[in-house]
Design a protein around this ligand. Structure first.
Ligand code: ATP
Ligand code: MG
Length: 545
């Protein structure tokens, strides 16, 4: 991944939406200009009033038109910046979705749950704020501040000098307030989070707490969290309430100093002096300069957090991808076996090797059982076959193709995996079998259910296949059958069975073995077992570590 994702996405957005970009620029320039002119018209009106010259109605109408126009352009600018920001984040999310598809399966096992989600949600959102209240608005605010300063300099050079001296100090003050307010808000959020978690935690362990006589302890902890939250909110409110008065006092002092100095006469008068109208205009400008100054503080904050988000998105987009199998030596082999493991070394932790040099070839249609003590690494072999982990050394090939390079869709037609434990997905009974894949037809679902002998049970449910799934709908043995139906529905070439007959009574076990016999017909099958079963009818491989 070369360059920066945001710059690329912004360039792409600009080239795709030229009109939107042009309109955005026009509204930004328009809103700055329209915001600057009204005080000048006001100056003109007041000068006309004080000099008792004729006041044109046009000037007053113009003043109000300009005020409305400035408001309208401001609103337009905000909306267009938001639209532009959303288009850029749409681009970034699309780029990330494409990336997601080309990541090898072991990426997901290496990442913490939620990390990828936070890349898509939190990090991309910071990029959106980069546009909505970051660089674009910061540039607009900076332009506004400089234009106002320029006008003040022209109208009253003395005040201009004063402003240039005071503005940096005010900026530092504003940042100090903003940082303290943000820290207080963060403290409050954490305290609220702790208090909210405390309630379900207490309810969950209510019997233990009652037995150990710990009610008061829990109550006091709850009180502490609430107090912490309360103090943090108070701190935030305090800073919020004193900030505006400080700014108003400073601007009043500035104007007062200007007035006093201009009233002293002499060169000071030339430096500070002005007409009444100009004074009104200047006061209006001084008031207008603090708004953008305050915004710039927040915008810098947003840019900083966006920079961190962008770094994480760039890192995500630079993750190594699945190798493209086309044209590699792999695909040139004639008739490669369904499964070939060569000199496999693997462990989950660096210093703990679980598989040390396993080699195994499973030919088409062969049924093989892996046996070995608990913890020997039998399920681990399956995870490597599915490409969920990369081996330390050696190769895992499925029909001659590296396991980690197999695409999602292809994996579903290659493997039917019956896990040691059934993991239900949210949705109906049918969804448990299709996993929400619309490509699997109702006929295929019915065929799979028929093979495992579950259709007669499901048929009796109130909504048949569409009944919302609950564990209580099925017995333990029926859940195993459902798991087999899920594995065979996409008509996979290879069936992987992990210890599926453990903890079952002999009747149920018999039913499952029958179902498996049916399901494994014409398929390559690798099963894991503590015991040896008839259905395998093939070789046994002992896994030792
Ligand atoms: P069983 O017969 O009990 O199912 P098994 O042969 O299937 O055992 P595996 O599940 O392959 O054993 O586990 C092999 C070893 O790897 C065990 O010591 C286990 O604790 C460890 N292990 C399994 N999964 C992980 C993981 N995700 N992270 C770290 N260690 C793991
Ligand atoms: Mg296991």
């Amino acid at each position: 991944m070369k360059g920066n994702v945001v710059v690329d996405a912004a360039k792409e957005t600009i080239s795709r939406h030229v009109k939107l970009t042009a309109l955005l620029l026009v509204t930004i320039i328009g809103s700055i200009t329209a915001g600057l002119i009204p005080p000048l018209v006001l100056e003109w009106i007041i000068n006309a009033l004080t000099e008792k010259s004729e006041l044109s109605l046009m000037a007053i109408v113009l003043y109000f038109i300009l005020l409305s126009l400035s408001g309208a352009l401001d609103a337009g600018k905000e909306s267009l910046i938001t639209v532009f920001g959303q288009k850029v984040t749409h681009q970034i999310r699309s780029m990330m979705c494409r990336k997601l598809k080309s990541l090898p399966a072991d990426y997901y096992t290496k990442q913490d749950t939620g990390t990828t989600v936070s890349r898509f949600v939190g990090d991309v959102d910071t990029v959106e704020t980069l546009f909505t209240s970051g660089i674009i608005s910061m540039a607009a605010d900076a332009c506004r501040i400089f234009s106002i300063l320029a006008i003040i300099f022209v109208k009253s050079p003395g005040l201009g000098v004063l402003m240039v001296l005071v503005l940096p100090l005010l900026y530092l003050l504003t940042r100090a307030f903003q940082k303290r307010m943000l820290a207080a808000q963060l403290d409050n959020r954490q305290a609220v989070g702790r208090a909210n978690n405390h309630i379900p935690d207490t309810i969950r362990s209510i019997r233990t707490l009652h037995n150990l006589n710990k009610e008061e302890y829990m109550e006091n902890r709850y009180d502490t969290y609430i107090q912490e939250g309360f103090r943090a909110v108070n701190r935030s409110n305090f800073y919020d309430s004193i900030y505006s008065p400080i700014i108003i006092i400073v601007s009043t002092i500035l104007v007062a100093v200007m007035m006093i100095l201009s009233a002293k006469g002499g060169w000071l008068m030339a430096f500070f002096g002005m007409s009444v109208g100009t004074a009104v205009a200047i006061i209006s400008y001084v008031g207008k300069i603090f708004g953008p100054l305050e915004s710039i503080g927040m915008e810098i904050q947003n840019i900083q957090s966006a920079a961190a988000g962008i770094r994480r998105i760039n890192a995500f987009l630079s993750e190594p991808e699945k190798e493209t199998p086309a044209g590699t030596a792999d695909s040139q082999k004639d008739n490669p076996p369904p499964i070939q493991l060569q000199n496999l070394h693997f462990g989950y932790e660096d210093d703990k090797e679980i598989l040390n040099g396993l080699s195994l070839t499973v030919n088409a249609g062969e049924h093989i059982t892996l046996i070995g003590r608990t913890g020997a690494g039998k399920s681990t072999v399956f995870k490597l076959l599915l490409g969920l982990y990369e081996p330390w050394e050696g190769t895992v090939e499925i029909y001659g193709k590296k396991a980690g390079n197999i695409q999602e869709m292809e994996r579903r037609t290659l493997f039917g995996y019956v896990e040691q434990e059934f993991h239900a997905v949210p949705g109906s009974v049918q969804d448990q079998i299709t996993l929400g894949d619309p490509a699997i037809s109702r006929e295929e679902v019915l065929k799979a259910l028929d093979t495992v002998g579950l259709w007669s049970t499901i048929k009796e449910f109130s909504e048949g296949l569409y009944t919302p799934y609950q564990d209580s709908l099925f017995s333990q043995g029926q859940i195993q059958l459902l798991s087999i139906a899920r594995a065979i529905v996409s008509d996979p070439k290879i069936l992987l069975l992990d210890e599926i007959t453990a903890n079952l009574d002999s009747d149920t076990e018999k039913r499952i073995l029958e179902a498996l016999q049916e399901a494994s017909r014409n398929r390559t099958m690798l099963s894991i077992s503590h015991r040896l079963y008839e259905y395998s009818g093939g070789r046994y491989i002992t896994i030792t570590s």
